[in-house]
Design a protein around this ligand. Structure first.
Ligand code: AMP
Ligand code: GLY
Length: 419
């Protein structure tokens, strides 16, 4: 089989490494890929959002199966375009990807089908939103841009001034373009967060091992929100009892709701949950594998990833027995100094050879390869991942590996897994 993986971050590297284990795979392309991925797949210089070029490449190269991994091509309808050419894909179509692409859509879906989530109001008129905030006596409140905003479309406003500023920047200044034309204002909740990725073919839903992302840039969960600075799996807060509650009140109802709305979801559905005093609630849905969650969850998979993905595509997920390794996994992200705000790239990376020997696995995110070295090319640069029989030993192994790596301005959190 010839496979194309769309995307070029750590998540895509983890997907490609998992696919490589399958004997049926004869060739993997990645578009655009990255420096590290180029050692596991053939990288093609097509942007992940370029639907036309991606479709042409797929047809010309007689690709058998395409995995669309990032949110933006899914929300733009890449799967619809590929399927129109008869190409088999893993990932939701445009209508189903709205579950991530529009927070107004997902909040209204949860309200209609009684899926637990934070109380909210939606607005498409900035003056109405501002008037509502002026009457809201309890802060903090959470303000979310409707559409995709590179993970930056959520503001937790501590007071009225910050809240009004957020509405102004989303709706009037249009900081994220049309993504901020509508907003959601919602209740601030507290509790441990859990990421649950789930395979679903629109009828059956199979949750993967739970995980815990660390979104803030600095130790002690401080600093700006990032795409994710590290992850552990399984999530220690997610008990079997909680899992059973989530299955009944969140996972199954969501899959049913999407089917009843006429947009069955096929692919990986990411449930961003918060375990609150009134039980688990949905903080967000993503229409794809999380990054870095994929780097911590996919290595624990015992069943072949391609076999599961094809069952999702063909609507026969209920026939597959998905097995997991009984291990703990820790992934520490090494980032460029300054990320997620402004940062410099182009620095040589040293120490990668010694990491390979340490037993940790390196997933490349923002790297490029120029013979004979790797250089930084993005905010999140590498994900160092280690598995062990306990969480502490997995963390120790991942941190030992992190100490071997260096590049100018390197930054990583020292407290992954401590919450
Ligand atoms: P989202 O992109 O919706 O996941 O939001 C990013 C992060 O903001 C989440 O991981 C939470 O840490 C935080 N967040 C979002 N919504 C809420 C909420 N209603 N209450 C408290 N924190 C929230
Ligand atoms: N790690 C969070 C996300 O993938 O959205």
């Amino acid at each position: 089989m010839k496979i194309l993986v769309v995307g070029g971050g750590g998540r895509e590297h983890a997907i490609i490494k998992a696919l490589k284990k399958d004997k049926r795979v004869s060739k993997i392309y990645a578009a655009p890929g990255n420096g590290g991925i180029s050692f596991d797949a053939e990288c093609v210089p097509i942007k992940a959002v370029d639907i036309q070029k991606m479709t042409e490449f797929t047809v010309q190269n007689t690709i058998d199966y395409v995995i669309v991994a990032p949110d933006d091509p899914l929300v733009l309808g890449m799967v619809d375009a590929l399927e129109a050419k008869g190409i088999r894909c893993f990932g939701p179509n445009k209508a189903a990807a709205r579950i991530e692409g529009s927070k107004v859509f997902s909040k209204n879906l949860m309200k209609k089908y009684g899926i637990p989530t934070a109380a909210y109001e939606t607005f498409s008129d900035p003056d109405k939103a501002m008037n509502y905030l002026k009457q809201n006596l309890s802060f903090p409140v959470v303000i979310k841009a409707d559409g995709l905003a590179l993970g930056k479309g959520v503001v937790i406003a501590e007071n009225l001034e910050q809240a009004l500023d957020a509405v102004d920047s989303f709706m009037k200044e249009k900081k994220f373009g049309e993504s901020g034309s509508s907003i959601v204002i919602e209740e601030f909740l507290t509790g441990p967060e859990v990421s649950v990725l789930a395979f679903t073919d629109g009828k059956t839903v199979v949750p993967m091992i739970s995980s815990m992302d660390h979104k803030r840039a600095f130790d002690g969960n401080t600093g700006p929100n990032t795409g994710g600075m590290g992850v552990i799996a399984p999530n220690p807060h997610y008990t079997d009892e909680t899992a059973a509650v989530c299955e009944k009140s969140i996972f199954l109802p969501t899959i049913r709701a999407m089917r009843e709305e006429g947009c069955p979801f096929k692919g990986c559905l990411y449930f961003g949950l918060m375990l609150t005093g009134r039980g688990p609630v949905v903080i967000e849905y993503n229409c794809r594998f999380g990054d870095p969650e994929a780097q911590a969850v996919l290595p624990l998979l015992e069943t072949g990833l391609l076999e599961i993905m094809e069952a999702v595509t063909d609507g026969r997920l209920s026939e597959i027995d998905i097995r997991w390794k009984n291990a703990h996994l820790a992934c520490v992200i090494l980032a460029s100094g300054g990320y997620p705000l402004s940062y410099k790239t182009g620095f040589a990376i040293s120490g990668l050879e010694s990491v390979e020997k340490s037993g940790a696995v390196v997933y490349h995110a923002g790297t490029e390869y120029r013979e004979p070295s790797f250089y930084t090319s993005g905010g999140r640069v590498l994900g160092l991942t280690a598995a062990a029989s306990t969480l502490n030993s997995a963390l120790e192994k991942a941190y030992k590996a992190a100490e071997l790596i260096n590049f100018e301005g390197i930054h990583y959190r020292k407290d992954i897994g401590k919450y």
